[in-house]
Each structure stands twice: as structure tokens, then as C-alpha cells.
Design a protein around this ligand. Structure first.
Ligand code: MOS
Length: 741
């Protein structure tokens, strides 16, 4: 991949100034006249039915406009099975206020709409709900035996086929590791809460500002539920303050805001409180069992990995926890199993590196346990079992620079200083631990489209209905468009977050750069072709007798590649041919070259922990990670993504846990005071190394998405460092000081 003017450069965010100045408006910040405000009443019980709901007191307040409940809300869709949602789970999606059933604690049971937010909130406190309470179960351990095989999601099997005879090989292996790992629910907790402003002008004209990772997904969903046409309801999300997967599915506040707007025939806005954010989905609770068998020289002879994660009673959320285990290491005897167990909780959903974050935590801890049993260095164990091919699919990788990641990160971290004996490294009362792990994530590409409009003044508007959830989409797409067109960066405006733009997939799966970026490149190439044809038609064109292959597009000119002074400016080409705009829309599919090839991104993580011997407090002074980006389009935004993933990995290892009180069936720490995430004092040196790969198969840009890989393996590296520091294996996250003591 050759470096061009902008691709490969650490360009500052094009949307940065708007965000810093406060010009970037989020879903709740769009003000129009005559707004009404909604406030959600949340269920106080985990399971049951609403016996009586009394809104008299709320409705008696001057300024309260309406209280919507299941008793007065129109039924929205005749057949729920047909409700579109690109990120749906098999089952019956929850739509609020459609019946009196309570499926999970904090489920929305009423919506109060009032002239002001304060009044709506006060009104909500006066809505009196009586329940016929049913028995609930929210403890995964209590239902492990009743787990069932989930239906596939996205048509993907959660479990690759077994190979060899893992059980027998494990029994015969000279060295065995057999361990169970437990992980809690985690809530996404993006800084911007979920909110919607539904600007109602008529039932045929509604603009919805929503917090989402998929404007068209929400548009399609709402249009189906409310029976309107695609051009009657427009969804916009120009700025999104973090989402992490929670915005992949339409969330209930969007439905409620549009419902209220249609009922009241006026604009309505609605935001969830931080507490109510814990009523949305979460990373599932999971139990895992990993068995590894190896020869005395450290060759893996058997791998068995079994996982059970929770789901709701109304949908099967399927988490791809175990496939990575069959892919990451060379081993001929592998059995992977996965089931879900239903609880009286909301359906879990994707959260940054869904499946891999949990699965590779367990596998990479088990690998560390195996290394300790074998008295082999943990890094050496990985290298001994390095997979040159993807054995799950029995096919090669498009590229895999993991070996180089191990090497560069180990050097940077100075792994060789590690004394292999646990509790052997200390500084006074501080135990020092060094641990490492491997990470992997898909390098997906999915179908996406983009439009490029070049104007006669040499400026371009490039667009696609994708999102920028803080990842840098605006910036990288602008870079790709500017380079491909051959114009300065400030001549390109990239538009996104609008359902009326060309079709784009959800902003997720780390596939936006690869998918939408490839479409942007392709649309700009189509514009170039047209420009070239126009440049040939100018008076005495110096390019009249050359072909497209002979020219470049740089600095606003079509130029002869080997004789750059022979050129026609874009402005001349267009003005002389009386062309006002060149307008091309392209839909780009994944290349057929990807068939029979596995495309992944990999990482190697090294972590240092300092643990106070008396108090058990854990600090993470340093994390070094080496990641394969294919080619980094913008090293600055790329590094930010990986750093964010590592920070979350620290939280996953040491802090994050949504604690359920099973007596109430409710997440009890539903606020950011008690749901702990890493803050500045918890985050120290983070070193990100990019190990580039020349990958001509993965996509036309040769890029691999980096939104998710940063988190994968971090919790394992830290857990392994905690073992090295203390000699104690803690197999349930988070590793808090009480478990260390
Ligand atoms: Mo990601 S969990 O696909 O937003």
C-alpha cells in the first residue's frame, strides 16, 4: 500500500472543532418550537403482569399532557416477526406498552409527556403501578443445567465443527489444565445517554434525531412499527457520544418518542437517565470451562472450550464466545460448545468485541495456566502453537502478522526481565506481576454504498448513511475521498448519520472503514473517470490522446503520470464542458477474493501490575499492545481506538460488574458512582504498536478495523500478571482486592 497525501497520515479529527466548540449537536440537543418532554416510568419488579396502572395524579398536574400505558397505546404491528432490525436476536423483540407483561426489572411501563422535562419527571413519580408479581430467576449459576442451544444469529454458527477427538486426547495428554471462568454482566455506559428528539410536522413528515449506530436500521424499524413510508420518517444521528454496540439495535426511547409525537401531534424529546440506561442491554453473564491438554514440550494436543451465557426469555442472544479458541492455535483435537440460558433480564447485546472479549479472556488465562504447569514461558507457549492456517475453516489467513506482534510488543515491554516464579518480583511491599495474552477480531467487510458529488468549484460532498460514534469515521472517509479525488482535504465534506443518504450497514463489527471506506473510494473513482472524460474534451486538451491509466488525479488536476505539466484542472474540465456537478453513487460488496480465506486482525498484549501486598490494591502501570491494522489510514484515530479498548480492558479486568440482587432481580449498581469504570488515576502508560500487513485480499484499501481489537485479551493479560505477582489464580472477573487478599 503506497502512502498518498492523506491516507496514512495522523490527520486531526475533521469534526474536532465542532465538538470542542459545542457546535456538534447530539440527539437530545435539537430544539424546535412547541416541544413536549417524555419521561419513562420503569417497572419496579422483574417479572409479572400489571394489575392496575393509575395515572390520575400525574394527569391532574397542569402541564402534563398525556400518560401512555399499555392500556391506551395503539398496537403497532400485526406480526412482530417481520419487524426489521439488522442486529436482532432470534425471538420476539420487546416493544414497549404493547401488553401488561413485565419481562425484566426497569422495563418501561408508562411514558409521561409534559410541557417541561421537570414536570414529566415529577409526573412519572406519581404514576401508580400495581403488579401481579411472578417468580423470577436472574442467577445464571442456578440455570446452567437448563441451558439450550440458541438459534443462529446473522446466519452465523456460534460453534465451529469439532475436529479430531478432543476428549480422548485430553485424557491422554501429559499435562492438563482444566478450569472454569466466570464473567459478570457489563453495561455499555456511553457518555451520551440514549435519547431521541422526534420532530413531528405531520404523520407523513417526522424527523427523528436518535442516538444510534444505524440511522437506516432505526428508520426501517420505526416505519414498520408505525406503518409509514421510508420518505415520511427520516432518522438522523450526525454525532453520537459513544455507543459500543448498544446503539446497534433500535432502543425503546426511539419508539416511545415517536409514539408520543404521533399521539400528541407535536415534537417530543425523551432521554433516559443514567439509571434507566441500565434497563437496556448488556454484555452477557457467562460461565466458561476450558480444558487444555499438552505434551511435555508444550504442544497443544487437545482443546475443549464450553460456554454458557445468559439471554432473556423472549430472545436468544447468541454470543460468539468459543470460535476464537478453535482458530487461534494449532491443535488437531478441538471441541467447542455453546449454549444460552434464559433469565428474567432484558436480552443482552453486542458490546465491543462481543464474544472475543469473553472467550479469549478464558482461553488466554488457561494458556497461562498451561505455561505455568509446563514451566514454559507463556510467550514461548504461544509461539510453539502458532497457527499458520485457520483450522476452524481449514483455510489460510489473508494476512497474519501476529508473530511480529509478539516480537515487537515483547521487546518494547522488556518481557525478558520476567522471573517466571510467581511472587518473585517485588519493590518493597509492592508485588510486581508481568502477564501477556493474545487477541483476535474479525476483519469483516460488508456491503455498503457511498455517493460522491464533485462541484464545478472543485469541492466535493461525499456521503453515506454510516455513523461516527467517536471512532473517527468523518475523518478517515474525508482522507480516503480527498486522496482518491486528488483534492486538498478541506475541499471535501463528508456527510453521514442521515437515513436519506446511500445505504450503509450498522456502524459496528469494526467493519465501517473497510466497508464504507471501500465504497467511498469506489464512488470517487467513478467521479474520476467522468472527470477524465471531460478533461479530454477541453479546448486543445493535452490529455486528448491518452488513456485513464496514463493519468493521475492530484492537487485538483488530471495530470499525465510521467509528464505532470500536461494537465487539466478539474475546474477547467467542468467549466469548459458546462458541467455543474459530477454525481456518482456506488455500492461496494466484499471481494470474492475473500472466499476460502480467513480475514482477522490480531494483537499481542503485555501488562504489568503492581499489587500492594497488604491491601490487595491493584495498579496497572503499563500495557503494551501490538496490533495488526492491515494499513493504518489514520494512525492517530487508530491509536485512540486501541487505547480506548485497552482502558476498557483494564476496567473489565479490575472494575466493571453489573451486580444483580437476585431477590429483586435487578441491577443494583445502576449509576456511574457504583458501576466502576477506569478513570485517569487507573490508567497509566499505554503503548500501541502497529504492525502493518500488506493485505491485498481483505478489501481494496488493505485495512482492518480497529474499533474492537484493542479490548480483546487485555483482561487475560492483566489476570495473568495478577497471578504472576501473587501466585493466586482468580478466575472470575472483575479481580477486586477482596479476591486478591
Ligand atoms: Mo460493535 S459491539 O459491533 O458496536
Amino acid at each position: 500500500m503506497t502512502t498518498t497525501a492523506y491516507i496514512g497520515q495522523s490527520i486531526n479529527r475533521t469534526d474536532g472543532p465542532a465538538k470542542v466548540k459545542g457546535d456538534a449537536k447530539y440527539a437530545f440537543e435539537h430544539h424546535v418550537d412547541n416541544l413536549a418532554y417524555g419521561f419513562v416510568v420503569s417497572s419496579a419488579v422483574a417479572r409479572g403482569t400489571i394489575r392496575r396502572i393509575d395515572a390520575t395524579a400525574a394527569l391532574g398536574l397542569p402541564g402534563v399532557l398525556q400518560v401512555l400505558t399499555h392500556e391506551n397505546t395503539p398496537r403497532v404491528s400485526p406480526s412482530k416477526a417481520e419487524i426489521p432490525d439488522e442486529a436482532k436476536s432470534p425471538g420476539t423483540p420487546f416493544i414497549p406498552l404493547q401488553d401488561g407483561d413485565v419481562r425484566f426489572s426497569q422495563q418501561p411501563v408508562a411514558l409521561v409527556v409534559a410541557e417541561t422535562l421537570e414536570l414529566a419527571r415529577y409526573g412519572a413519580s406519581l404514576v401508580h403501578v400495581e403488579y401481579d408479581v411472578a417468580e423470577h430467576t436472574t442467577d445464571l449459576d442456578a440455570v446452567l443445567e437448563q441451558a439450550h442451544k440458541p438459534k443462529p444469529r446473522f446466519g452465523l454458527e456460534a460453534v465451529p465443527k469439532p475436529r479430531g477427538e478432543a476428549k480422548r486426547a485430553f485424557g491422554e495428554a501429559a499435562v492438563q489444565v482444566d478450569a472454569e471462568y466466570r464473567v459478570p454482566a457489563e453495561h455499555h455506559s456511553p457518555m451520551e445517554p440514549f435519547a431521541t428528539t422526534a420532530i413531528w410536522e405531520s404523520d407523513e413528515h417526522i424527523t427523528v434525531y436518535d442516538k444510534t449506530q444505524g440511522v437506516q436500521n432505526v428508520r426501517d424499524y420505526l416505519c414498520t412499527l408505525f406503518g409509514c413510508e421510508e420518505d415520511q420518517l427520516r432518522v438522523r444521528a450526525p454525532f453520537v457520544g459513544g455507543a459500543f454496540g448498544l446503539g446497534l439495535r433500535p432502543q425503546y426511547q426511539a419508539f416511545l418518542a415517536v409514539l408520543a409525537a404521533r399521539v400528541l401531534k407535536r415534537p417530543v424529546k425523551l432521554a433516559l437517565t443514567r439509571q434507566q440506561m441500565f434497563s437496556l442491554s448488556y454484555r452477557p453473564i457467562a460461565w466458561q470451562h476450558v480444558s487444555l491438554g499438552a505434551s511435555t514440550d508444550g504442544k497443544l494436543e487437545a482443546i475443549m472450550h464450553e460456554a454458557i451465557s445468559d439471554t432473556s426469555r423472549f430472545e436468544d442472544y447468541c454470543e460468539t464466545i468459543v470460535p476464537w479458541t478453535g482458530m487461534l492455535y494449532q491443535c488437531d483435537n478441538v471441541t467447542l460448545k455453546y449454549k444460552v440460558a434464559s433469565l428474567d433480564l432484558n436480552t443482552p447485546c453486542d458490546m465491543r468485541a462481543p464474544g472475543a472479549a469473553w472467550g479469549l479472556y478464558a482461553l488466554e488465562c488457561a494458556m497461562d495456566e498451561l505455561a505455568a504447569s509446563l514451566h514454559i514461558d507463556p510467550l514461548e507457549l504461544r509461539l510453539k502453537n502458532y497457527a499458520e492456517r485457520d483450522q476452524n475453516e481449514s483455510q489460510p489467513f489473508s494476512s497474519k502478522a501476529l508473530r511480529e506482534c509478539y516480537h515487537q510488543a515483547a521487546m518494547r515491554f522488556d518481557w525478558s526481565r520476567r522471573n517466571p516464579t510467581p511472587r518473585s518480583m517485588r519493590n518493597g511491599d509492592t508485588l510486581i506481576g508481568l502477564g501477556m495474552a493474545t487477541g483476535a477480531w474479525d476483519a469483516f467487510q460488508v456491503r455498503a454504498s457511498a455517493r460522491c458529488v464533485l462541484k464545478a468549484d472543485g469541492t466535493a460532498i461525499v456521503s453515506s448513511a454510516t455513523e461516527d460514534i467517536g471512532t473517527g469515521t468523518y475523518t478517515v472517509m474525508t482522507q480516503i475521498a480527498a486522496d482518491t479525488l486528488g483534492v486538498p482535504l478541506d475541499r471535501v465534506t463528508f456527510e453521514l448519520g442521515d437515513s436519506s443518504l446511500p445505504r450503509a450497514p450498522l456502524e459496528g463489527g469494526s467493519f465501517t472503514l473497510a466497508s464504507v471506506g471501500s465504497a467511498v473510494k469506489s464512488a470517487c473513482e467513478k467521479v474520476r473517470e467522468r472527470l477524465f472524460a471531460l478533461a479530454q474534451k477541453t479546448d486543445d486538451s493535452p490529455l486528448a490522446d491518452v488513456s485513464l491509466d496514463d493519468v493521475t488525479f492530484t492537487d485538483g488536476h488530471v495530470r499525465m503520470r510521467h509528464e505532470p505539466s500536461r494537465s487539466v484542472s478539474f475546474v477547467d474540465a467542468m467549466s469548459q464542458t458546462r458541467t455543474k456537478t459530477i454525481d456518482k453513487t456506488v455500492s461496494e460488496r466484499p471481494s470474492p477474493k475473500r472466499k476460502k480465506i480467513s480475514c482477522y486482525t490480531h494483537s499481542a498484549i503485555f501488562a504489568e501490575v503492581h499489587i500492594d501486598e497488604d491491601f490487595g490494591t491493584i495498579h496497572v502501570p503499563r500495557v503494551v499492545t501490538a496490533v495488526t491494522p492491515g494499513y493504518p489510514v489514520n494512525p492517530k484515530t487508530a491509536r485512540s481506538q486501541v487505547m480506548g479498548g485497552i482502558v476498557w480492558g483494564i476496567g473489565m479486568a479490575l472494575e466493571e460488574e453489573s451486580v444483580i440482587d437476585h431477590a429483586f432481580g435487578r441491577f443494583m449498581n445502576h449509576n456511574l458512582a457504583e458501576y466502576h469504570v477506569p478513570v485517569n488515576a487507573d490508567v497509566h502508560d499505554i503503548d500501541v504498536i502497529f504492525v502493518e500487513e500488506q493485505d491485498h485480499i481483505v478489501n481494496p484499501l488493505g485495512v482492518k478495523g480497529l474499533g474492537e481489537i484493542g479490548i480483546v485479551g487485555v483482561a487475560a493479560a492483566i489476570a495473568n500478571a495478577v497471578y504472576h505477582a501473587t501466585g493466586k489464580r482468580i478466575r472470575d472477573l472483575p479481580i477486586t482486592l477482596d479476591k486478591v487478599m
